[in-house]
Design a protein. Structure first.
Length: 307
């Protein structure tokens, strides 16, 4: 995660009549901003809640709480233009525009919103398998590897083939003025999102993003990724003292940050964010922790996630 917190002053709008402080069970880093914690996903208590999405009404309410006005999101036409590498970006090649479009499209369509009603398929052992594991904070890459979407074995390498689009999309959000001193993976256009929005009548959308909870949660989410290490797993302690592991994306700070980002691009897509988190099975946790790259073949662990 490229830290934006020191770049943008201000913060999210205040939450009126917020519920009393809650114990999320996550560390302060992973729990994020105190006033937003009551609105983050809680643990699924019954099977029907695992991988259950939000409703559109819930998504719209959360957006208001997190300081993002629905009238300032990208329009459907603007979003379609962005994820098809069209519009009027300034200073980027078509290849870079194509890469930015692909990263945004895959992140929103598959990896950030993988819940019931928004599944995707992978070819596992020669057969099509439906993937529906958003509540765990996990994804299955196109080459069939199970991992946390924030996983990136070597984020400084020019070979980013093992990095999730969700991790790489951070580079699109960096202010262009700072890109000169950074080294994104080859082909990933640093600063693209801001330039594209300014060139395509979405300045208000960009401004809204940086006056929302996105800015307040970003330093926590960045540290959460540091805490997650290579496999990008974080741990939660339940009220009864038992512990569980989940992928970084369903911990409160990162979930809220991702929600705001997805909502900005497509409010309709944001309703497919996971409404609850679910503990990753212990055998899967052990395998991810012991893997040299934080990834394991989904075919070896498919049975743990079967409906």
């Amino acid at each position: 995660m490229v830290s934006l917190a020191l770049i943008y002053a201000g913060g999210a709008t205040s939450v009126s009549a917020a519920p009393a402080r809650v114990d999320t069970g996550f560390t302060p880093t992973n729990a994020g901003v105190l006033k937003y914690q009551p609105f983050a996903p809680t643990e699924a208590k019954r099977p029907g809640q695992v991988n259950a999405p939000l409703t559109q009404k819930q998504a719209d309410r959360l957006a208001r709480i997190f300081g993002f006005d629905k009238s300032r999101t990208l329009s459907r036409k603007q979003y379609a233009t962005l994820v098809s590498a069209k519009g009027k970006p300034t200073g980027y090649t078509q290849a870079e525009a194509n890469m930015a479009a692909k990263l945004a499209r895959q992140s929103v369509r598959w990896y950030m919103t993988n819940t019931t009603g928004n599944t995707y398929t992978r070819i596992i052992d020669g057969e099509k398998v439906t993937v529906n594991i958003g509540s765990y904070g996990l994804i299955v890459s196109e080459d069939g590897m199970l991992k946390v979407p924030a996983n990136c074995p070597d984020p400084t390498s020019s070979d980013f083939s093992q990095c999730s689009p969700v991790r790489l999309v951070n580079w699109l959000l960096v202010p262009k003025a700072l890109c000169a001193g950074m080294e994104p993976p080859a082909g990933v256009p640093c600063g693209y999102m801001g330039d594209w929005m300014r060139s395509n009548n979405a300045r208000d959308t960009l401004k809204e993003l940086y006056s929302s909870a996105f800015v307040d949660e970003e330093p926590y989410a960045s540290e959460s990724q540091e805490e997650g290490g290579l496999p990008q797993l974080v741990y939660v302690t339940r009220a009864d003292g038992s512990t569980a592991a989940v992928g970084v994306p369903v911990a409160p700070a990162m979930w809220i940050l991702n929600f705001v980002l997805v909502y900005m691009l497509s409010p309709e897509a944001a309703r497919f964010m996971p409404a609850y988190w679910a503990a990753i099975p212990e055998d899967v946790v052990s395998a991810l922790e012991e893997s040299e790259n934080g990834q394991v073949p989904y075919s070896d662990y498919l049975q743990y996630f079967a409906d």
